[in-house]
Design a protein. Structure first.
Length: 131
């Protein structure tokens, strides 16, 4: 019988397309502390599929297919991810140092969560870090 998800993999995993998967992998590690778990490289050196982890979370990344339109080409943000961290202020400083465009400085929200919405310099996808 087929398993619902591979061992060690959560049941829901975001899959995000980037024009520069390799550069995004490096940037996510530097800015947010993601750890690369898997990288599939094609003969031309491009990365077709990758997985990064942060604590118990997983994000899959891939190169776009022919029907993909990068949000940076039309100015729209179509998705965001929430990453729970231990120290939102330190996390914000690290993201800024790596080139993230912080949209709002860290602030406590009515939900009791500290939040820093920001845009990464690769492929304009919004990422919010919370604690």
């Amino acid at each position: 019988m087929t398993e619902n998800s591979p061992a060690g993999m959560p049941r829901i995993v975001p899959y995000v397309f980037y024009e520069d998967v390799a550069g995004t992998l490096d940037w996510l590690a530097k800015a947010f502390g993601f750890v690369e778990h898997l990288r599939n490289t094609e003969e031309d050196g491009s990365v077709s599929h990758a997985e990064v982890r942060f604590a118990d979370g997983v994000v899959m990344l891939g190169g776009p297919g022919g029907g993909y339109q990068n949000p940076k080409h039309n100015g729209n943000v179509h998705a965001t991810s929430v990453v729970y961290v231990d120290d939102v202020d330190e996390h914000c400083a690290r993201a800024k140092a790596a080139g993230a465009e912080v949209i709002d400085e860290p602030a406590d929200k009515p939900t009791g969560i500290g939040c820093i919405p920001c845009r990464i310099p690769r492929d304009t996808v919004g990422i919010s870090a919370s604690t």
